[in-house]
Design a protein around this ligand. Structure first.
Ligand SMILES: *[C@@H]1O[C@H](CO)[C@@H](O)[C@H](O)[C@H]1NC(C)=O
Ligand SMILES: *[C@@H]1O[C@H](CO)[C@@H](O)[C@H](O)[C@H]1NC(C)=O
Length: 167
């Protein structure tokens, strides 16, 4: 005869197995969702652009960020971390990446938004490379699911350029 403890254990084991199967089905079905997020970032103003005392260039921008990340949300999405980076090349580095703004989107209701903001993090170059510099603004996102693996992707927006002169 099985003891009570043995049966309780068997029930728990079965429940855990069912839960595990459901979780892996959840993250599998999530892979069939092909997200199609959109984003647009306008540089509304160069607030100032100068060389610091130590010789590094710094620029302050006003941005209008609009995005629709609704399609990243499924019932398995916990939240989405999003950041915007300025990306540019210099003689020293093939890729310089400077984060300008970030946010956490807690739900689908908040996934379609626009925000008028100055750069939240400082855009400083390790040198004086920014005059007339072409750059990209890239919207990166990290989707944190309730179960399964995190995934990340980005939208690259090209064709931005800083002024030739400090101001
Ligand atoms: C920012 O972009 C949104 C969406 O494109 C637009 O409705 C809004 O008027 C823009 N704001 C400014 C200050 O340009
Ligand atoms: C901007 O992005 C385009 C397309 O991904 C890439 O070819 C180009 O090298 C990038 N430019 C800079 C300045 O990083």
């Amino acid at each position: 005869m099985h003891s009570f403890g043995y049966r309780a254990n068997a029930v728990v084991t079965l429940a855990v197995t069912i839960l595990a199967v459901m979780c892996s089905m959840a993250s599998l079905s999530d892979n069939f969702n092909v997200p199609s997020p959109t984003a647009e970032v306008k540089v509304l103003n160069i607030n100032w652009f100068q060389k610091q005392a130590n010789g590094n260039d710094e620029v302050s921008l006003t941005l209008n960020i609009s995005a629709d990340l609704s399609s990243l949300f499924t019932w398995n999405t916990k939240q989405v971390f999003v950041f915007i980076a300025a990306e540019y090349e210099t003689p020293q580095n093939a890729l310089n990446q400077v984060s300008l703004w970030d946010g956490i989107i807690p739900s689908k209701d908040h996934a379609k938004f626009w925000i008028h903001t100055t750069n939240k993090y400082r855009l400083i170059d390790q040198g004086s490379n920014l005059r007339g510099k072409e750059f990209n603004l890239t919207l990166h996102w990290h989707v944190m699911p309730k179960t399964g693996k995190m995934f990340a992707d980005k939208i690259v927006m090209t064709g931005y350029r800083l002024p030739e002169e400090y101001r």
